[in-house]
Design a protein around this ligand. Sequence first.
Ligand code: HEC
Length: 181
Amino acid sequence: MAGTAVLLHGCQRPAPPPPPPAPPPYNVSLSMKELMGHVVDPGAWAFWRASGTVTTETGEQSLTPTTEQGWETAESGAAQIAEAGNLLLLPGRKRDDGDWATFARTLSRQGLEAKAAVEARDTRRMFESGAAIYQTCTGCHAKYVMPYLPPPSGKPTPLPDWPGDVKARQQRFQSQGKPAT
Ligand code: HEC
């Protein structure tokens, strides 16, 4: 009986306060410009610099790595490209579920293909995946950057607006100095 009484008493207690909101799962405070300039672009160049040829005063020179470290750098670049695709899909970064998401997923797939080409030491495959990656970079820029570049004269045109829920989180972050939740 005592047990029942305790149970009943327990039932009458006011509901416990809701748990504090979970911390945000991601930190996307690096701007797109910084993500591109410090993560995506260096990764892509680490890979691109390791295939094809350059013409110099002394003739044509192969860019194929000649040292273990050179191969490692190329592989790291490819891995960075693959993961960059995921970073572009994070809430707060992803612009839409259409072309943006497709470009980002394509980048990941191509980065993994590029990595496999390095592991196989297949220089032709590396060159081809480098070209394919380049098309994805320029494809996304053609759709999401070029039309919004500042005209030769006049005020810059902003990039397409973020989805409403993303914008609200960003504004909350800016006004409260708290991470977006
Ligand atoms: C899903 C879309 C998307 C993909 C894919 C993408 N970018 Fe970008 N990139 C952007 C956007 C948007 C900007 C403009 C950022 C800004 O200034 O707000 C940008 C800007 C840049 C910039 C200029 C940064 C600066 O300092 O102004 C570089 C460099 C760049 N991207 C490199 C790359 C490379 C290299 C790749 C491919 C490996 C790539 N991007 C793939 C969307 C993309």
